[in-house]
Write a new protein. Structure first.
Length: 361
């Protein structure tokens, strides 16, 4: 697994956190926001930034040139926020959330640390044409700061794109002008069922479905880009065709409908056996849902589906969606001819209760 947090040494713990880009040793090409590489071996790298020198310990020996990092002397940690060679960079806006989804991969916390000042700096230093994920918790609990960040980047770094994962519970009519102005964002919004009671039960919030529909109406009217997300569980897998009909009938303005397999972390890990819907032995509801929305010209994608679990005629919908830093393959995959196109598994996917049909092709 790629290390996103690395041990930090050699710097006074009282120095406040700062964001820098890790540069090479060519001092003439450094900007004011670059930390210069002073020395390096297979286990550590020494950098200089202004009057500070610091040491990053690293086991993998992975190249970090161009990475944008948060250096946190007090916690003796370097957070690799934006890796220069990756399209899977996500900033965690907050760990607070007002829902408590039964399969949440990032169970919410009550506390919040405001890091928008650092996020602004990090995005400013990101490589051109990057897509940066903004996630939580629920990022729109801090909606004004989030909007300010997105608007600032739209004006100063127009080549950057953002993907914001939100539960869609906090958009208001007063946000209309801002939403219409923002053209650098795709809003990733979950809807788990067409039945409001089932959706509310899955997100553990009464009235969530109704509130979400109000937000969709608003977002649709502003022309916002929307990736509708549905994570499959035993609770909603069988009724996916109903949701397909609902999407076509009520949400024709969405850009893509992403049907997603479950990630065995957070709450989902704890309740895996009660939640995991094995689509390798029951693909019928997914097939019916895809065929229905496709009839109406609605784009659809399968995220986190290993290719051998998907019937061959539907593999074209499956994306390599698992972020590089948490992606793995099993021994079964070694001889597989589909490996280069397959999303594989999450690093923490359980081998003892998994898809029944995993086979090299
Ligand atoms: S065997 Fe592995 S690589 Fe091949 S399709 Fe299945 S999960 Fe993907």
């Amino acid at each position: 697994m790629i290390e996103l947090q690395l041990p930090l040494e050699g710097i006074d713990p009282n120095v406040p956190d700062f964001v820098v880009r890790l540069a090479g040793s060519n001092y003439e090409q450094l900007s004011d926001f670059d930390a210069a590489l002073v020395a390096q071996d297979s286990a550590l790298s020494i950098y200089r930034y202004g009057e500070h020198q610091f040491v990053i310990r690293q086991q993998s020996g992975e190249d970090m040139l161009g990475d944008v990092v948060l250096v946190s002397p007090s916690s003796k940690t370097v957070h690799r926020w934006i890796r220069a060679g990756s399209q899977h960079n996500t900033l965690l806006i907050t760990e607070r959330c007002d829902q408590l989804c039964i399969m949440c991969s990032q169970p919410p916390k009550k506390t919040h640390v405001d890091q928008f000042e650092y996020f602004l700096q990090a995005c400013s230093l990101a490589p051109a044409n990057s897509t940066i994920g903004l996630s939580g918790g629920e990022p729109t609990l801090y909606k004004q700061q989030l909007f300010e960040l997105l608007l600032a980047m739209q004006s100063h770094r127009p080549s950057l794109k953002f993907h914001v994962l939100t539960n869609g519970q906090h958009f208001e009519p007063s946000d209309t002008a801002t939403l219409a102005q923002l053209r650098n964002v795709v809003w990733g919004i979950p809807l788990y069922a067409s039945d409001r009671e089932l959706h509310d039960k899955i997100v553990a919030k009464s009235g969530a479905f109704a509130r979400l529909m109000a937000s969709f109406e608003l977002l649709g009217a502003t022309g916002a880009a929307i990736e509708l997300r549905t994570v499959l569980t035993k609770q909603n897998g069988g009724v996916l065709p109903n949701l397909a009909r609902f999407v076509v009938g009520h949400l024709p303005f969405i850009d893509v409908w992403a049907i997603m397999q479950l990630e065995a972390t957070g709450f989902a890990r704890r309740a895996w056996r009660d939640l995991f819907f094995d689509s390798s032995v029951d693909f019928d509801p997914i097939k019916e849902a895809i065929l229905h929305v496709q009839t109406y010209g609605q784009d659809v994608a399968l995220y986190n589906f290993p290719l051998c679990t998907v019937p061959s005629s539907f593999r074209g919908y499956a994306a390599r969606s698992i972020s590089d830093w948490k992606n793995r393959f099993s021994k079964t995959c070694d001889p597989c001819t589909l490996k280069n196109d397959c999303c594989g598994f999450f690093e923490w996917h359980p081998d003892d209760h998994t898809y029944q049909e995993i086979r090299a092709i």
